[in-house]
Design a protein around this ligand. Structure first.
Ligand SMILES: [Zn+2]
Length: 74
């Protein structure tokens, strides 16, 4: 499991270059439910787990990785 402060650290580094989530952050982000990789949709500000069919929203450049707050993928 990734510590939230590690996410902030990477985001802070990333924000100097732009608002897109860095490849480094995406590499460590995994679905908290199945631990699988996530599909990043920069235009929608979403991280999608195709395994669990869940959408994790990115709010203020911080990915919300709370399973209970994820939305089902239609
Ligand atoms: Zn998953």
């Amino acid at each position: 499991m990734i510590d939230k402060k590690d996410i902030y650290k990477i985001l802070n580094q990333n924000n100097k270059r732009g608002n897109m989530l860095s490849e480094k952050l995406l590499a460590i982000l995994a679905c908290p439910k199945c631990k699988g990789g996530l599909d990043y949709k920069p235009d929608l500000n979403q991280l999608i787990c195709n395994n669990c069919r869940l959408i994790y929203k990115i709010e203020d450049d911080i990915p919300n990785m709370i399973i209970e707050e994820a939305e089902p993928l239609k």
